[in-house]
Design a binder for this molecule. Sequence first.
Ligand SMILES: [Zn+2]
Length: 216
Amino acid sequence: MPDRKPIPCGAPAATPPRGTTTRPAGRKRGHRQPPSEQSEGVGAWSKRRVLLLNTTFEPLTALPLRRAIVLVVCGKAEVVHGDSAGSTWNSATHSIEIPSVIRLSKFVHVPYRGRVPLSRPALMMRDNHRCAYCGVRAETIDHVVPRSRGGPHTWENCVACCAKCNRRKADYTLRELGWRLSETPKAPRGRHWRLLVGAAEPDPLWLPYLGEAAAH
Ligand SMILES: [Zn+2]
């Protein structure tokens, strides 16, 4: 979904009193008033992102908070999780939880299923920052079939690895060492991986949805 911003019709310039709105009463059509920037200040609110799920709970994208609230107010999405502070957004006609995760009311078909580019942060996330051989915290990336022996730099041939295992493995194959992988490395699927690669710190409330989709 395109990231339209700012939402027209006048972002508040300062912090308005809690529970107020500047939207004209009785206005039924046209643009909705964006949420008020409340107690956290304009900067914190404008940086907030909300995870948008399809009706199937598949993660689609991260939206600016204002857009998420507009979707909920328009009835196009429902709040699945409010933010951890339990804040609410109030207008003359609506009172909704400030969302961390929302879900669309109508299914949207997402044809895109392209291959996610291999990157170090995405690989670490796929492997939960754990060494694929011994399970301790991973510090590097290992090529299962070593590059010196023709192993490609692909999702299927790369795993997160600790420094100790990386040194011991050197240019050997798993068969030569008698090592095994508990899981066959695979490319992650789903556009949320691109979303994660671009997001510095995903909201912890998003993780159950991202993990579930990643397992598909
Ligand atoms: Zn290890």
